[in-house]
Design a protein around this ligand. Structure first.
Ligand SMILES: Cc1ncc(COP(=O)(O)O)c(C=O)c1O
Length: 405
């Protein structure tokens, strides 16, 4: 069967991510490929490392991209840090905490979990107490969990860990670039992310940064593939990393001066990641955080004016996503489908205990913009009315405009 070129319909992606990519990123991705060991490629990779040190606010030499979606970054971090039997502590406050647990278990780790109800975050002392009792090798935590829209405060995490020596891992996929984040300032050892949220790109590349202390732990497990081994590439002191593709010890050598052959670079994604970082740094990290805060506030004011009730502890909501209770009597999935069919606007459904109870609406990356917020609110008002609620005419747009001043 012959099919034509794929022509995606025009959409405004206002869910919890992915979001509409910034056109600058799409243009960067259309550049021609170059060879893996072309000096221009090496220069591009070194630039990407430097750009992401700034994005992560870190001096870590080991800052680069894992080729794959955000989940590849998480899995690379955990499989490279955790040996079978190692203790890991995961504070779970949403779906992505459960993902960390799932991945750590598959690494053969001895996984300890603390929970809070979805819609809340942990007090630093709750985490500190768990660290004291578990004494984990790794404390693995999500920063912003898009499943609940909550962001766990992390600034005090290092002091919560105290003198326990635990390595801190953080999944900042959903928050990086749109919420304050300070890898070195907060004492976090390993952070991984993705492009498809506040960074305004497509999914498929996972920026990661690794502290010297964590890099040492990983390097002790380095086993170079037989076909590439050189003098000095001895068997590792510690059990080798169970994954080959996500083996950070080899990937560090691939991005480092040795340029060890590992995978074939996902060159178009490298271009995308480079442009995402350039966009963010051109704007300025603080300005981007302020922009996400402003448009997030406008969206919240707008949905509340439409009569929707926001979900979760608002003091700890991520700037870039809000969850709203689906009003009684409104068929959530049909209403979402109508928003897509009639207005080309996508908002998110939800998972687990929130499935069928809330919609999730994002304002992030390229779509943290006045027009995107106002159009979404105007369209949502029409859909809500069509399904029998009685929102104040023009109320959502007016409330958002008031926030804009
Ligand atoms: C907090 C968080 N972590 C991880 C992921 C997984 O990312 P990916 O689908 O790119 O693998 C997501 C995706 O929504 C996320 O929000």
């Amino acid at each position: 069967m012959m099919t034509g070129p794929f022509a995606p319909p025009p959409r405004l992606l206002m869910g919890p991510g992915p979001i509409t990519a910034d056109p600058r990123v799409l243009r960067a991705m259309s550049a021609q490929l170059i060879g893996q060991y072309d000096p221009a490629m090496t220069e591009c990779m070194n630039e990407v490392m430097a750009l992401y040190r700034a994005v992560f606010r870190s001096a870590n030499e080991q800052t680069f991209l894992v080729d794959g979606t955000s989940r590849a970054g998480i899995e690379a971090a955990l499989v490279s840090l955790l040996e079978p039997g190692d203790r890991v502590l995961v504070p779970v406050f949403g779906r992505f905490g459960h993902l960390l647990v799932e991945i750590a278990r598959r690494c053969g780790a001895d996984v300890h979990v603390i929970d809070v109800e979805w819609g809340r975050v942990f007090e630093p002392e709750q985490i500190a107490a768990a660290v004291r009792s578990v004494r984990p090798k790794v404390l693995a935590v999500v920063h912003g969990d898009t499943a609940t829209t909550m962001a766990q405060p992390l600034a005090d995490l290092a002091s919560a860990v105290g003198d326990s020596d635990a390595l801190l891992y953080c999944d900042a996929t959903a928050t990086l670039g749109g919420n304050d984040f300070a890898t070195d300032g907060w004492g976090i050892d390993v952070v991984s992310a993705g492009l498809q949220k506040c960074l305004g790109g497509p999914s498929g590349s996972a920026p990661i940064t690794i502290s010297p202390r964590a890099a040492e732990v990983i390097t002790a497990r380095r086993r170079i593939e037989a076909g590439l081994r050189d003098i000095g590439d001895d068997e590792p002191a510690r059990p080798p990393i169970a994954s080959n593709y996500l083996d950070l010890a080899q990937i560090m050598e691939y991005w480092g001066p040795r340029r060890l052959n590992h995978h074939t670079e996902a060159t178009s994604m490298l271009y995308a990641a480079r442009e995402c970082a350039r966009l963010l740094l051109d704007e300025g990290l603080d300005a981007a955080v302020a922009r996400h805060a402003l448009h997030g506030r406008a969206m919240v004011a707008g949905v509340q004016a439409l009569g929707l009730q926001v979900f979760g502890d608002q003091r700890h909501r991520m700037a870039n996503v809000v969850a709203v209770h689906i009003p009684d009597g409104v068929p959530g999935e049909q209403a979402r489908a109508a928003l897509l069919a009639d207005f080309g606007i996508e908002i998110g459904t939800s998972f687990g205990p929130l499935h069928g109870r809330v919609w999730r609406i994002g304002t992030m990356g390229y779509n943290a913009r006045h027009d995107a917020v106002l159009m979404t609110l105007a369209a949502l008002e029409q859909v809500l009315r069509a399904y029998g609620t009685n929102p104040l005419p023009g109320g959502g747009v007016a409330a958002a405009k008031e926030v804009y001043g």
